[in-house]
Write a protein that binds this ligand. Structure first.
Ligand code: KIV
Ligand code: ZN
Length: 522
């Protein structure tokens, strides 16, 4: 019988640490709900001690999915971090406190400036405290792959005796090599089984040498029962182990590994697309499983072979990972049934008939304007519709909305005039700039009253044909922090204004009510 591997998704914690990938609470909840559809076992929702916004996001994720899946969040080995985790996840049915503390010489010496025994004692005390709050505690031995084995094992032994129920062995800096990492896990597993066979052994790899998936798979062969992964491999620097790669490797080569996960693989691609949509970070076209070309065969020899039998060149089918076997092109005459089917494939579950009708109206307007509507258009419609859902009234009153705009571009004096709304307030102003976008961003910045710096601005065409939908991604810097804003529209100037405004709204959502910059009405 196949050994079940537990999947912990840390996209919302380790993945979200990537500059520009910061998500607000609403986006985190939307992604967590998709993780629920994907059937991950544990979601790591954030690092609640890092900011009030993160604390609230973790709490919102707990309330949204905490009945269906286990929820965890990260704490350093200090009481206040552990309290923040406990308070933010305690409403989940299966809450798990995750504590991290370094074990390598370089971490112990440079980060803590204490003796090894003193650092280990910090870990033990942290676990004892966490256990006084909840029964399930994971302990991560940060930088384990560069740690001295004796000290690493002594730490594991001590924290297990203090009550840790999961031991996570990270390759924090992506230094490990598959054979060596598998061997490390095998050695730890052997001792751990003798110490307390109920303790779950987990691994967490980074991809600095492009070996994260290989190291994770090797660790599974060495006895690891749990893997920590992110969707699209999103994460610090070169990223984390990619969820979809590990899951499909175990599925395609189940006979070799003798292991499987509970992941619903047909949700892999929708999850990857949702993450791209929410973060604005594209997946490289040749990325395994979720890249645009992952199932595209271009050479004549391959195409010929495939036509004879798909198995000639295909080790898994695109349908298995959620790619549509045939893309449907919708038009204004496609009707409700066809549209409902297409929207459902993009994860849309209408709250009621009125909700479906509201989305269908938007589809008809797009179909009238564009004639042909493709899958990615339906995806954009569904996500735009979700994001436009009425928010909590107090929150909505703090957010800026674009009411109207006009941009005049010429060589002398590009000018933008914008009208914004925030709650009952209307804000209106004009600005000139080096170009139309500069003028547009300038006036929005002034009206919103935030001293933001534009770090990055990118426009992509999302669809085929002349009537393209533009997707705009921007990154803003405010108070040393980076915020992202995204928007789509057939009018790229409007998409740019909306993206900029979404970035500003991300700052508003990250600050406490009343802490926002004072609005200077122009
Ligand atoms: O990479 C790492 O070591 C981590 C730990 C918190 C598990 O992210
Ligand atoms: Zn990590």
């Amino acid at each position: 019988m196949s050994r079940k591997i537990i999947v912990l998704d840390t996209t919302l914690r380790d993945g979200e640490q990537v500059p520009g990938a910061k998500l607000n609470a609403v986006q985190k909840v939307e992604f967590a709900r998709q993780l629920e559809r994907l059937k991950v076992d544990i979601v790591e929702a954030g690092f609640p001690a890092s900011s009030r916004g993160d604390f609230e996001s973790v709490q919102a994720v707990t309330r949204a999915v905490g009945r269906q899946m286990s929820v965890t969040a990260l704490a350093r080995a200090v009481k206040s971090d552990i309290d923040a985790v406990y308070e933010s996840i305690k409403e989940a049915d299966q809450p798990l406190i995750h504590i991290v503390l370094g074990t390598s010489n370089i971490h112990v010496e440079k980060k803590f400036n204490r003796s090894k025994d003193a650092v280990m004692e910090m870990g033990v005390e942290a676990v004892k405290y966490a256990k006084s709050l909840l029964p399930h505690v994971q302990y991560s031995t940060e930088d384990a792959s560069r740690s001295d084995f004796d000290y690493l094992w002594r730490t594991i032994e001590a924290v297990v005796k203090a009550g840790a129920t999961m031991i996570n062995v990270p390759d924090t800096v992506g230094y490990a090599e598959p054979h060596e990492f598998g061997e490390l896990i095998r050695r730890i597993n052997e001792r751990l089984k003798n110490l307390d066979e109920r303790v779950i052994l987990s691994v967490h790899c980074h991809n600095d040498l492009g070996l994260a998936t290989a190291n994770t798979l090797s660790a599974i062969r060495g006895g690891a029962d749990k893997v920590e992964v992110t969707v699209n491999g999103l994460g610090e620097r070169a990223g984390n182990t990619s969820l979809e790669e590990v899951v499909m490797a175990l599925k395609v080569r189940e006979a070799l590994f003798g292991c499987s996960t509970g992941i619903r693989t047909t949700e892999l691609l929708p999850t990857s697309r949702l993450l791209t949509h929410l973060t604005g970070l594209d997946v490289q076209v040749n990325k395994a499983i979720t890249g645009e070309n992952a199932f595209a065969h271009s050479s004549g020899i391959h195409q010929d072979g495939l036509l004879k039998d798909k198995r000639v060149y295909e080790i898994m089918s695109p349908e298995e990972v959620g790619a549509e076997s045939m893309e449907l092109v919708l038009t204004a005459r496609s009707g409700r049934h066809a549209f409902k089917h297409a929207a459902a494939r993009m994860g849309f579950e209408p709250k009621d008939d009125a909700d479906f009708e509201a989305l269908f109206e938007k589809f008809l307007a797009l179909a009238d304007a564009r004639k042909e509507v493709y899958d990615h258009d339906v995806f954009a419609l569904v996500n735009g519709h979700r994001e436009a859902q009425p928010k909590d009234e107090a929150v909505a009153a703090r957010l800026f909305e674009l009411e109207s705009f006009q941009v005049v571009t010429n060589e002398l004096c590009p000018t933008a005039t914008v009208k914004l709304r925030r709650g009952a307030e209307t804000l209106k102003g004009s600005a000139v700039g080096d170009g139309p976008i500069d003028a547009l961003f300038g006036v929005i910045r002034e009206l919103a009253g935030f001293e933001v710096r534009l770090k990055h601005y990118k426009i992509n065409s999302l669809s085929r044909g002349e009537e393209a939908v533009g997707r705009v991604n921007i990154q803003l810097e405010y108070d040393g922090k980076t915020y992202a804003g995204r928007a789509m529209d057939t009018d790229i100037i409007k998409a740019s204004a909306l993206a900029f405004l979404n970035g500003i709204n991300a700052i508003v959502l990250d600050s406490a009510p009343g802490e926002e910059a004072v609005v200077a009405i122009g």
